[in-house]
Every structure is written in C-alpha cells, then in structure tokens.
Design a protein around this ligand. Sequence first.
Ligand code: HEC
Length: 105
Amino acid sequence: MKVLKFAVFTFFVFFTMGFSSCSGSSPGNEKADGAGLYKKHCRLCHGVDGTLGLSGAADLSRSALSPEDTRRVIESGRRTMQAFDGVLNEEEIKAVTDYVISLRR
Ligand code: HEC
C-alpha cells in the first residue's frame, strides 16, 4: 500500500511540474520590445532617430525630460501628441520610455 501511495505521489509531482514549465514559456511572458513599439507607434511623428519633428513633435535626441516625465508624456500625451495609456500596457510604456531615452545624444 505504501508503495502505491509513493507512486501516486511521484506521478502527481511530475504532472504538476510538467504543467508549470509549460506556462513558464507562454508567449505572453516575453519582454516588451521598445524598438519595435517605437517603430510602430512613434516613428511617424518623431522619425527613426527621434529628430523628425513632424507637426511640432519634440526632438527626442535633445529631450531634457527626466525618465519619470518622459514616461508621463508618453502615458498621458501633451498638446498634439496623443496619450498612449490604453494603447500600450504598462510594460510596453516602460520599454518604449527606455528606448526613447537611448536616442539621446
Ligand atoms: C501624432 C504625432 C506623434 C506621435 C505618434 C508621437 N508623438 Fe511624441 N510628441 C509629439 C508632439 C507634437 C510632441 C510635443 C508636444 C508638446 O509640444 O507639448 C511630442 C513630445 C514627445 C515627448 C516629450 C519630449 C520633450 O523633451 O518634451 C516624448 C518623450 C515623446 N513625444 C515620446 C513619444 C513616444 C515614445 C511615442 C510613441 C509611443 C510618441 N511620442 C508618439 C507628437 C507625436
């Protein structure tokens, strides 16, 4: 009887382990791609390197905003720039914030 219990227990452990390793590699857990998001949502006005300035868009390579304020502009928008809250999730906003800061010279 003891042996059977042990067998059931071992089976159960392998079974749950199998499931958890599956959910660990689901595509939803991938890190947001800041460069890709920038190309898709921001390049139109700000250009590949942040300097385009279409319809008065700020030159991102010369931006002096703190990381916190940069995130706030992206999240809430400012004048002609739309808010991206709701378009991008929190992790995507963070990734694209890091990316536009990396465009500074
Ligand atoms: C429709 C055109 C447009 C799009 C698309 C756009 N922006 Fe802007 N952005 C602007 C304009 C215009 C300003 C200047 C706003 C102002 O004068 O208050 C600006 C300002 C900014 C600033 C402030 C820079 C500073 O130093 O003041 C940041 C940061 C920024 N945009 C990042 C982004 C990011 C990141 C995206 C994509 C998620 C994006 N923008 C998409 C038009 C746009």
